[in-house]
Design a protein around this ligand. Sequence first.
Ligand code: C2O
Length: 561
Amino acid sequence: MARFSSMMKLVSLLCLIFVAPLAASATIVRYKFNVETQSVTRLCNTKTMLTVNGQYPGPTIYVHEGDNLIVEVNNNGPYNVTLHWHGVRQLKSCWADGPAYITQCPITPGNKFIHNFTITGQEGTLWWHAHITYLRATVHGALVILPRAGKDYPFPKPDAEIPIILGEWWNANVEDVLADAVRTGGVPNDSDAYTINGQPGDFYPCSKNDTTRILVEHGKTYLLRIVSAAVVIPHFFKIAQHTMTVVGVDGVYTKPYTTDVLVMHPGNTMDVLITAKQVSGLYYIAIRAYNTDPTSNGFLTTTTSAILQYKCSSNTSDPVLPSLPGYNDTTTAFKFKTSLRNLKPSVPKTVDEEMFITEGVGVVSCPNNSCAGYNGGRVVGSFNNVSLIMPDIAILQAYYFGIKGVFTRDFPNNPSLAYDYTGNVPLGLWQPELATKVKVLKFNSNVQIVFQDTAIVAIEEHPIHLHGHNFYVVGQGFGNYNPKTDPPSFNLVDPVMMNTLGVPAGGWAAIRFTANNPGVWLMHCHLESHSAFGFAMVFITKNGPSKSDKLPSPPPDLPKC
Ligand code: C2O
């Protein structure tokens, strides 16, 4: 016995010797985030708003693929808050994902939560943002994932890298903007400016002196890491007289695609190469709204600008402005999206779970038509005519601890009624059911979802974002999806992989992914004006058979509900 136990000791000592160097190989990268209020001035208007570490946009996080990222989030502000790592797969770290009331309850003022997760198999640009109410308008930043040491990019190494973050600025407190809409039932007020790296640029009042300038040297190549942290509006993005080569989308490498325009939906990230090879001088980087909703007439139509400035240029002429597509140039948007191709695809060829999901906004009636939404009702959004009601207890907590009565497992695979989705939809179908329904997925099942936009209230291109997974976009088209004639044209060879997809306005899109990540995963429209009003649904992916396929236990400091 004694001999046995000393042998065991020897074995465990050997294990230590051999295992320790392996375990130590994941580099730990630590950041400390203080969520705090800060006074910020834009458009001649000063307001106090929530930031991380006083910065707007917030700090850029740099990690290498394979690193263990530990972010201590201290809530020193006056609001409940959570942080989400948009696009990070969170393999077996669902507890760190961050959407409020889905994976955790909020960090209350004065408290903190440590997000601890490993970035596995992802390279490129992603981002982080607050995931509660409208706070992500000011609480967001880029997350750059570099290849691990000794590994190269799948494209020639750029001379430098530049984060570019698109955003939206409200003169009002964004929490008031949301609260007003909740009170009236109407659509939240539009922003007062779009921004590039926090600045509105030359075409807004009181802004010209602070326009973002990006310095380049003639002949050099730059990797622009572009993030759309916009809240409710997609954008067209151009740089005067410079073509861009897209090499990555949503933190996944693409085959190089050269274009003069990008379409950035809120949530999207793009890695783009540009070479400074024009006549030395000043060139505008410009964004403008891409708005497909014909009912929204008040949206902001201004052009937001930054300046690409060649170093040491003696050319003093005004910056050159690119011509941007029209606000509802769906053709340009469709061409862009359908031109992107994954670099190293491995598309699920078979499907275990097939879902057909209608998506769009709707209306819930109010007593005496007293609300400010369409027909005197309250604006909501839905998937398959189910509008998500946020529970008071996070769904992940309820699922893990078996707390009953928080959600039901009956989210439908199809709309309850088939109709002409993009035609003249009868008013009786405009009102969704309000419920907390989840869809349960078997571990490792291959899932295909066809999203179908509806003409309820209005057709619109909604950016649909799935947490915890990337998906292949295997097909897209206009009108009603046809299950017989559309699938033969699916691209199962090299479709682009994304985490946020603008589903064509008045059209459909088909995606595929493998549910290999146990946990609770939110899917929602990434326009905050829609997701805040129930345009969301939840997947639960069950544990797999082996120990390594199981959701771990919650971190000890998880904010309690
Ligand atoms: Cu960018 Cu649910 O998030």
